[in-house]
Design a binder for this molecule. Structure first.
Ligand code: ATP
Ligand code: MG
Length: 416
């Protein structure tokens, strides 16, 4: 990798531009999943060339990118090629080794940085960050204890019965509810820790949730910040099933607090790029004032997919703008929206036999926007695509969403 064409942090990378060496403005992404694919779509629409680093030959993002570097994420030759091709690089999954981003950042603009990604990769560091900015964000996380050693386990069993019933979560590599065990007693805690392999964990108190929401924030190199209004999320078996995005989906005071807290959380770590902050809404009158911060994802998020069809700038557009150093537009939502996640289960009937979903019936419904990620094999629980429903008013969006969910036998129907 050579540092001679390194673009300084604040120089905008203009779409469609060609540098003196004849190289076209190219944005890179580490990871080839659906988030990478939708990032590539947004970058290309603006006129950028794109490069994806992803070992899978048939990945959703690799299949649509100008360049697909097919190596492991930490392969030195692959990283050198990515840096050589691109003026700025981002990541689409948070478990990318932080060292990879650090290596790339020596020669290229990388957003978000290795430092902030490594905070989001570790629940212990993440909770410490939330605590450090609680005064400005106005929110705290659920009561918790760190368990990294048998001695800590015993101490928690003896002294932190206030955390029961609780959820034991691995500090690293959790997603879609994986790496979590719900426990009721101190004895169950020991068994759960053993079940999770005795790795670093946090035990979190189980809170009485009345709702969950998330906020997408984009912050530029120049500290300019824009955000979307909070969306309300419904999970089924630990996986996001439905996102509600329209005025009135949450009480206004709570929505305002969540949005301000997410902005403060991004500012406090000098974040650059799109950040998603997830919150719990807890029963009124609790010690938490109704809002608790859960976790953050250093990238666009499943709960923000509706922004593609319901807003004048999507979360992926903002990721492109932020990393390229372009002025960040304050996004405006023009339609109420509901997003339904499409898991691989949709491709199987009630008897487990493969079936083609009835897209004709779904697409006949007004305001349906189908996004399939180009994954070649459907498996139960695998995120294959999503369906966003937009419309002139909330009532008609809900009616169509319910009908679509029925046609596709989606879970979470009672939550629409
Ligand atoms: P993601 O796919 O969002 O990364 P994850 O596997 O990292 O999910 P969490 O977001 O921590 O896990 O938890 C998954 C879900 O479990 C939450 O959305 C919420 O429904 C439930 N949950 C987690 N922690 C708590 C808690 N302390 N009290 C009540 N419910 C909780
Ligand atoms: Mg989560």
């Amino acid at each position: 990798m050579s540092a001679d064409s390194h673009v300084t942090a604040m120089t905008p990378i203009f779409p469609g531009s060609v540098d003196p060496a004849g190289q076209r403005a190219t944005l890179g992404v580490v990871g080839g999943g659906q988030l990478g694919r939708m990032f590539v779509h947004a970058a290309q629409r603006l006129g950028y060339f794109t490069a994806v680093l992803e070992p899978d030959a048939q990945s959703p993002a690799g299949l649509v990118s100008h360049h697909h570097i097919q190596t492991d994420y930490d392969d030195p030759a692959g990283l050198a090629q990515l840096a050589q091709l691109c003026q700025a690089i981002t990541t689409e999954f948070e478990n990318v080794p932080a060292q990879v981003l650090r290596t790339l950042a020596q020669v290229r603009r990388v957003a978000p940085s290795a430092a902030v990604v490594s905070i989001a990769q570790n629940r212990i560091a993440e909770k410490a960050h939330f605590a450090a900015c609680a005064e400005v964000s106005g929110v705290t996380c659920a009561p918790y204890a760190v368990i990294e050693t048998p001695a800590q386990l015993q101490a928690v069993q003896a002294e932190r019965t206030d955390l029961l019933p609780g959820i034991l979560k691995t500090a690293r590599m959790g997603y879609d509810g994986k790496g979590q065990v719900r426990i009721k007693t101190a004895a169950e805690l020991a068994a759960a820790w053993a079940e999770l392999g005795g790795v670093a964990c946090v035990l979190e108190k189980m809170l009485p949730l009345t709702a969950e929401c998330s906020v997408l924030v984009a912050r530029g190199w120049d500290a300019q910040v824009v955000s979307f209004a909070p969306q309300r999320n419904v999970h089924v078996e630990g996986i996001l099933a439905v996102t509600h995005a329209y005025e009135g989906t949450m009480p206004l005071a709570l929505a305002t607090r969540a949005r301000e807290a997410a902005v403060a959380i991004a500012q406090h770590i000098g974040y650059v790029g799109v950040l998603c902050v997830e919150f719990f809404v807890v029963a009124d009158g609790s010690e938490h004032g109704g809002l608790v911060v859960n976790e953050m994802a250093p990238r666009p998020h499943n709960s923000g997919h509706y922004t593609i069809d319901a807003c004048d700038a999507s979360q992926f557009d903002l990721q492109v703008y932020a990393m390229a150093g372009l002025p960040l537009p304050q996004p405006r939502q023009h339609s109420p929206a509901i997003m339904l996640n499409l898991l691989g289960d949709v491709w199987f009937d009630a008897h487990g036999q493969p079936q083609e979903p009835n897209w004709y019936a779904v697409l006949r419904l007004p305001g349906t926007h189908l996004h399939l990620y180009g994954k070649l094999e459907a498996r139960a629980g695998r995120k294959m695509g999503h369906l966003t429903i937009t419309g002139p008013d909330v009532a008609s969006v809900k009616t169509v969403a319910r009908r679509a969910a029925e046609l596709l036998s989606l879970p979470g129907l009672d939550a629409i």
